[in-house]
Every structure is written in structure tokens, then in C-alpha cells.
Design a protein around this ligand. Structure first.
Ligand code: SF4
Length: 229
């Protein structure tokens, strides 16, 4: 199976009733500013080349961002910060993301999330995280031949990713490595994999100054080098 084939399956997934109901309700009711648009309203697949050597793992699609546009981090403030930083360090061809077909391409990098459907209040349940983990496991398995480094945006993604990596054969130490901004770990396993922690690019962090553009660029630059890009 290819990543494209997996994504084609993923966008039809209805395994989490609460999230299916929410993503579709949001797509139906819309935000006033986007009233004229047709929302995606389905699971949002990963974005980036199938031979990526760097992964970026977030949390879940935003209700009026990726759940609207159908592409990771596209159409919301979090994406504005992330794509600007990716462009600045040479991981994206454009500094902004608007919609599928806007010409934006990622360089050696694939962005994905442990939960592929927009959750109410941006908070998936542990059960939903575990259910969607099977998609993350399949995606990592398909990326494994080229994957060298992963940047994890936030503690939720970190907690979701480590068990998936362990199940896929990477040696995740016990106790498990702790999340923090700027932390780095090297995991042995099917390939040597470098993990990097970065605060999530959400407005909660960027509007308060907890996370600055320079901090994002610094993590991405280090991870880019580790991934050989
Ligand atoms: Fe399927 Fe994941 Fe969406 Fe749940 S969150 S319905 S597992 S794609």
C-alpha cells in the first residue's frame, strides 16, 4: 500500500462517532466568515511527500481550519505560524497556506496528527486518540524507509506518538521520555530516529509569548539538519 492509498481510505473513516458528528456539524453550520465556502468536514490526511525524512506531528485538525480546507494546518492561525517558520528555514515553498491547490509544497517533510478529525474544544478523548493511532501507525510504517526525525508539537502528540513508535519497533525508554520545548531524544530501532519537542503553535502559546517564531525556527532548523534535509 502507498501513502496515497492509505489517505484515500482514511478520508472515509467513521470510527469515532463523537468526532464524526462534530466534524460534520461544524461543516454544516460554518463560521460566518466562511459562510460561502464548502467545508471539508472529513478526516484530514497527512500533508507532504511520501518519502519525507522529517515528520511533524500535531494534535488534531482545527474546526474552521483544516476541517474546512482539508489540509493539515491550512486556514488557521496555528498554520500561519507553522508555515511561516517552515518557509523561513527551507521546509516549505511558500510562507502561507490558504487552501488545497495554492501551490504550497513541503520539502522533505510530512505533517500529520495523531487524531485526524476535528474534536470539540480541540480535545480528543484518550479513546479517540487510541482509535486513530492505527492510522498514525500505518503512516509511520509507510514513511519508515526514509524517516529520520520527528518534531512533535505539544504534549498530546508526544503522548500519542511514543506508544505507536514502541509498537513499531523503536526502543522507547522506560520511563518514557518527557515532553518539553527543545527536548531531543534519539531512539534506536528499525532506523535511528531523532525526536524533538516543540510547544504547539496554537494561539494559546503564540499569543501569550510562550512560543515565539524564533523558538519554532530553532527547533525546525535542528530537526532539519538531523533529517538530512
Ligand atoms: Fe477515523 Fe481518526 Fe477520524 Fe476517528 S479521528 S473517525 S479514527 S480518522
Amino acid at each position: 500500500m502507498t501513502l496515497a492509498e492509505m489517505d484515500a481510505e482514511l478520508i472515509d473513516c467513521r470510527a469515532c462517532p463523537r468526532l464524526v458528528a462534530w466534524r460534520e456539524q461544524v461543516a454544516e453550520t460554518k463560521r460566518a466568515a466562511f459562510a460561502g465556502e464548502t467545508y471539508w468536514g472529513r478526516p484530514v490526511p497527512g500533508f507532504g511527500p511520501a518519502d519525507a525524512s522529517l515528520g511533524i506531528v500535531g494534535l488534531a485538525p482545527a474546526a474552521h481550519g483544516a476541517n474546512r480546507t482539508g489540509r493539515m494546518f491550512t486556514g488557521d492561525r496555528s498554520g500561519d505560524v507553522l508555515y511561516r517558520a517552515m518557509y523561513d528555514v527551507g521546509l516549505a515553498t511558500k510562507p502561507e497556506a490558504h487552501h488545497i491547490g495554492d501551490g504550497l509544497e513541503l520539502i522533505g517533510t510530512r505533517i500529520t496528527s495523531p487524531v485526524h478529525c476535528a474534536p470539540p474544544a480541540n480535545k480528543p478523548t484518550p479513546a479517540e486518540r487510541d482509535t486513530c493511532g492505527r492510522w498514525l501507525a500505518r503512516e509511520l510504517e509507510l514513511l519508515r524507509p526514509t524517516l529520520r526525525a520527528i518534531v512533535v508539537l505539544g504534549g498530546f502528540g508526544w503522548q500519542a506518538l511514543l506508544p505507536v513508535l514502541a509498537a513499531a519497533g523503536w526502543e522507547v525508554p522506560r520511563p518514557r521520555p518527557k515532553f518539553g520545548h527543545g527536548v531531543q531524544y534519539v531512539l534506536d530501532g528499525p532506523t535511528e530516529l531523532r525526536l524533538f519537542g516543540c510547544f504547539h503553535v496554537s494561539q494559546q502559546n503564540t499569543f501569550t509569548g510562550r512560543l515565539t517564531p524564533a523558538m519554532v525556527r530553532e527547533v525546525l532548523t535542528t530537526a532539519k539538519t538531523a533529517a538530512g534535509i
